[in-house]
Design a protein around this ligand. Sequence first.
Ligand code: 13P
Length: 314
Amino acid sequence: MPLVTTEKMFKMAYKNGYAVGAFNVNNMEITQGIASAVTEEKAPLILQVSRGARDYASNSFLKAIIDVVVAENPDIPIAIHLDHGDSFETAKQFVDDGFTSVMIDASSQPFEENIRVTKEVVEYAHAREVVVEAELGQLGGIEEDVVGVKDISAHLTDPEQAVEFVKKSGCDSLAVACGTSHGAYKFKSEPKLAFDVIQKISNKLPGFPLVMHGSSSVLKEFKDLINKYGGDMPDAMGVPEEAISKAAKMAICKVNIDTDLRMALTAKIRQVFAEKPSEFDPRKYLGPGRQAIKEMVKHKLHVLGCAGKAAECM
Ligand code: 13P
């Protein structure tokens, strides 16, 4: 039974102080790169699909690619997850399509409305043995807050509210705002995560799995290649890997990574285009991109501490 929910993964991750990597997939090469990394490292896996990914690749294609990964890896527990579902209808659609985990992100709504929508998704999903991730607090904008502490606390998850939210909504895991943001430009100066917020929430909700979005590190290797070969990302900055490892040892059980995959693929494609301008075989530039993703994900699995943990999560 390799297609699983995140329940057992999170239980083991919490207990043993690691986090499971949740990687965004949009096409075959990205998925294959991730899959071969977890196969070699024997790590549990969450493959996540956003609505945008599904609009790009179509549900049937993405699902078919994921089904192959699941079929070929009977020893790897794999959860398939909707990333940032924006409404009950979206979440319902993904539950109906066989996803084992869905996120409902109503974090931009008022607190009570966030609880109401999340609870509605929870009731539908739980009746079908699907787990639900919710979000409280808002990501992004943290770079401005490096100047003034006041603004940082305005974006971060309130630990008191987190307790009430989890109890009232019935969600299975909670994405918290702890200083990260999506994309390649997370900080303007020194990266800073609010570990105290993670600690306070876990003190109030012992054993409850937390999720960290916006966790790409914007690896120097790929940033440099992109900038060297005609790209323009000089100010890109991510979350240092030591901070990811530290969070993974705390209550963070799921770490979301998308930007690092995109940058690995883009860097290698740019390199091939620049060094071999006569090349026009897609296999010759997508292949190196896929290989770079594989190596990068293998490394991440050690940063997260989940390498070698597949068996205990089955
Ligand atoms: P990154 O942009 O840091 O990779 O975050 C991805 C993410 O959180 C998807 O939900």
